[in-house]
Design a protein around this ligand. Structure first.
Ligand code: MSP
Length: 646
């Protein structure tokens, strides 16, 4: 089979009930990263996002503001589009469900499904959560509230059209079984399969008690249920029933990306709608986790919303995108804090990447004039650097293909650390003192320029302005407008003779002290409670294996240690976790002298929220056993630093 060269990726279409926050930005930036990656691989990419503008919630908000729904959403949609411009999102189209091109398709599909007998008129009596725009049975409620968002639900009793979901349940299970990658990650797939197996009820697909929706074509007392309407955007935007050529080119979608809150709509209702109209199913439905804040999921009513515009103004678009793409581990939830964002900027971007570029530029200028030099004969250490670069190219590619965004970034940053280590190992400042080592020095400088070119190319989908900014200093890219992914997998692309100029720091360090007001002493973190965790609160003595797996325990080697001034219990440790260095403050000064600890390999809780202790930022905690007399840190003998403890 000939390899297809088009790629269709979507985000959810967001409710324009309010301005969007960093959670929505996460999905859109992650999807953009994938879209840019695929374009760099040579794919013809269609990247779709948009807004879901109908429904009771929007009507209610507009009423409260004394506005017409469309008038209200127009303002928000403008802000959303501007936000995507600010975040350098490269969507191909932006669909609004109030556009005629969409409304027509929804009506056509509703009519078709009705005509074939899969939609029928009946009466609905049950519960409705307006913020989630979701129907629930009595049995599904948790303490009488919405099982998804925990808010109040209202009783609904009205004449409605129903969609025969139950008829397709077996076929859907079959599809899931025969297409192992259809629902990702695996944990979400199990959740969906269990849900279907517990029995699918027919879905109520129209409402009569409000007006803000697409009229049912054959009965204008009814408007189409907002989810039935919204899901169809993935078809209407690419010309279903209007532009056959375009539609055939891009459908089926390669990935529908979203967070786990709406996986059931995409992995159950949507495929069944597609089966009913005889359209093939998308290749993959991928649900990432949530970005949580202390105090739970972001929401306007809690007043804990983070506006991405503010972050971009403060830290720049590349840094914000980098943070987002890296922060959520594959399919898992992650905590957001501005302090962690600043830590990432300072450690990964300013220290590791920024320094690599500025050190290399400064050394080339000092030792080789203002040009990238011609390399000489490669030594084993050069081969090692080259092999690492090529391996990391493979690894980063694989991780991105899998939508494992954080591990893709971690892989590339390993290359950056390797290159920094290469500088320490080759000691260019020594070579520079010896006339006879001139050729060797030239090779080292060339290799650094080349590794920078590779790492920056790999980071381009995440940080789109990075190549141009690096090029202003070390002119490694001959054609900035046509960077290809393939070239990141090749060594020796950079032409000797290209210009090097000393420039501004790529990522200025952020003074952590300026964040003092938001840095708090350790505090118990409350995350959004799902139903499962609520149920488990009644038996607090157990945690599940998944909960345990959330703890990222790593072997860490203590490389430096000193007593904290004016704090008799605290030691400041510098530890190495693989290639990464961290500072950890530990309350063991009474039990260990600093020199006793240096060289020990200990166990670090690596994903503990960083916190300031007496003015020093502690990035993790080391484990120790204790009784009334002793405190003993847990140590590891054979396994090297960076490896996981589980
Ligand atoms: N309108 C529906 C989607 C219809 S798609 C046919 C909807 N809209 S929404 O505005 O509520 O957006 C939900 C989506 O926004 C999530 O699935 C996720 O992609 C993104 N996120 C919103 N808050 C988020 C976090 N706190 N963390 C991660 N993603 C978040 O549902």
């Amino acid at each position: 089979m000939q390899e297809k060269n088009r790629f269709y990726i979507t985000t959810p279409i967001y409710y324009p009930s309010d301005n969007l926050h960093i959670g929505h930005a996460y999905t859109t930036v992650a999807a953009d990263c994938l879209a840019r990656f695929k374009r760099m691989q040579g794919y013809d990419v269609f990247y779709l996002t948009g807004t879901d503008e109908h429904g009771q919630k929007i009507e209610k908000i507009a009423n409260e503001k004394g506005m017409q729904p469309l008038e209200y959403v127009d303002g928000i949609v403008k802000n959303i589009r501007e936000l995507w411009d600010t975040l350098l999102i490269t969507n191909t189209d932006f669909i609004r469900t109030t556009e005629e091109r969409h409304e027509q398709v929804v009506q056509k599909i509703f009519q078709k499904v009705y005509d074939q007998g899969d939609i029928y008129l009946s009466e609905y009596e049950g519960w409705y959560c307006t913020p989630c725009e979701t129907f629930f049975t009595e049995r599904q409620l948790v303490d009488g509230k919405c099982p998804d968002c925990g808010r109040d639900v209202e009783i609904v009793k009205e004449e409605s059209y129903f969609f025969k979901m139950s008829k397709y349940a077996e076929r859907l299970l079959q599809h899931i079984a025969t297409h192992p990658n259809f629902i990702q990650p695996e944990s979400r797939k199990n959740e969906v399969v269990n849900f279907i197996k517990s029995g699918l009820e027919d879905l109520c697909v129209s409402r009569t008690t409000f007006k803000w929706g697409i009229p049912v074509p054959f009965n204008d007392k009814h408007v189409v249920y907002v989810w039935f309407d919204a899901l169809i955007n993935y078809l209407s935007a690419i010309g279903y029933a209007s532009d056959e050529e375009k539609f055939d080119k891009y459908w089926p979608a390669d990935v529908h990306l979203m967070a786990k809150d709406i996986i059931r709509f995409h992995a159950i209702i949507w495929p069944i709608m597609l089966m009913a109209i005889g359209v093939p199913l998308p290749d993959k439905v991928f649900a990432h986790g949530w970005i949580l804040l202390e105090g739970g999921k972001m929401s306007k009513s809690k007043g804990n919303v983070v506006d991405p515009n503010v972050l971009v103004t403060k830290y720049g678009v590349d840094a914000v995108r980098y943070y987002l793409v890296k922060e959520l581990s594959f399919g898992q939830d992650g905590l957001y804090s501005e302090e962690m964002l600043v830590n990432r900027i300072n450690s990964d971007l300013a220290n590791d990447l920024g320094n690599l570029v500025s050190r290399t530029a400064a050394m080339i200028i000092k030792y080789c004039g203002d040009q990238i030099p011609q390399p000489g004969v490669a030594e084993p250490i050069d081969e090692d650097l080259r092999n690492t670069a090529l391996e990391i190219y493979q690894e980063a590619t694989k991780k991105l293909e899998k939508l494992d965004f954080s591990n893709y970034i971690i892989a590339v940053m390993r290359l950056v650390s390797r290159a920094n280590k290469y500088i320490d190992e080759t000691e260019p400042w020594r070579l520079g003192k010896d006339e006879e080592k001139k050729d060797r020095l030239a090779s080292v400088m060339y290799n650094l320029a080349e590794v920078i070119r590779i790492a920056v190319t790999l980071l381009t989908p995440t940080m789109p302005t990075l190549p141009a900014r690096v090029n202003e200093q070390i002119n490694v890219f001959a054609d900035l407008d046509h960077l290809t992914w393939k070239e990141a997998g090749q060594w020796g692309v950079c032409q000797p003779g290209r210009k090097v100029i000393k420039g501004q720091a790529l990522f200025p360090r952020v003074d952590i002290k300026s964040l003092e007001e938001i840095v708090m002493e350790p505090k118990e973190t409350e995350v959004k409670k799902t139903n499962e965790t609520k149920a488990e609160e009644t038996k607090p003595e157990y945690i599940t294996i998944d909960e345990f797996a959330k703890m990222d325990l790593r072997v860490a080697e203590i490389i430096e240690c000193e007593k904290m001034e004016k704090a008799d219990k605290l030691l400041i440790l510098k530890v190495k976790v693989g290639e990464e260095e961290r500072t950890v403050v530990s309350g063991i000064a009474k039990y260990y002298k600093p020199e006793e600890l240096v060289g020990k390999k200990v166990v670090l809780v690596a994903n503990l929220k960083p916190t300031k202790l007496r003015g020093t930022l502690s990035e993790g905690m080391i484990l120790a056993a204790s009784d009334e007399n002793n405190v003993e840190v847990l140590t590891v003998e054979q396994v090297s630093s960076g490896n996981r403890v589980k």
